[in-house]
Ligand binder design. Sequence first.
Ligand code: AP5
Length: 217
Amino acid sequence: MKLVFLGPPGAGKGTQAAKLAENFNLKHASTGDIFRAAVASGSDLGNTVKSYLDNGKLVSDDLTAKVVGEMVLDRESDFILDGFPRTIPQAELLDNMLEERGQSLDGVIYFSLDNEDAVERLTGRRVCDNCGRNFHVKFMPPDKEGVCDDCGGSLIVRSDSSLDIVQQRLQEYDAKTKPLIDYYSNKGELKTVDASDSPDTVRAEAEKIISTITDSE
Ligand code: AP5
């Protein structure tokens, strides 16, 4: 199964994709995670994308599509693309890359959330520096402050979580990513989940959608 998770920064795409990928035996492929790992490793890719991530700007369409082609489509047959595509040109590149491989998307889940809620979620997010699990100081606090429930790693603040960078990321989303809602809706591929609900409710809604897609295959 090939799914795209769409939605503003902070909608909970990463939180949900991690669990749903596990439940449905899919690869969770996050372009943000791929880029952050590249920056941390000091690779050529990391050096190229670092200033984009630090400033809340989107990496170029061609480079992002190339990375997805090589690191996801060439390697995995069942996946959730979390954070790709993020522009109309990226969606067209994805269509072409799948077509070249004789494949197509099975569905797009749009996690809708207004900007005010997104800001509160992003500025309160904490991430495990060892396993990558997401927490939130108010909405999803760990059992012990600063410590990951799963692996005992330290919880850190992502470098693009300051208010000015969060606002920049939301501007990029409004200008470049929002048009994808119509793009996928017009193709009949979009299903919407109200991401302002509790994490469990959001997951249950997304699970229902994925199960329906599985049943229709
Ligand atoms: P990326 O890592 O993809 O960031 P993003 O889309 O901005 O998404 P986030 O990870 O910030 O939010 P999320 O929706 O996953 O929410 P989360 O689950 O963490 O991209 C980072 C950067 O990489 C970009 O700025 C860009 O530079 C580059 N990049 C990536 N892809 C690219 C592309 N395709 N093209 C070009 N550049 C690209 O949840 C957020 C918080 O809310 C957490 O604290 C969580 O605990 C909490 N939370 C989650 N769900 C709920 C809930 N239901 N209720 C209450 N709190 C909740």
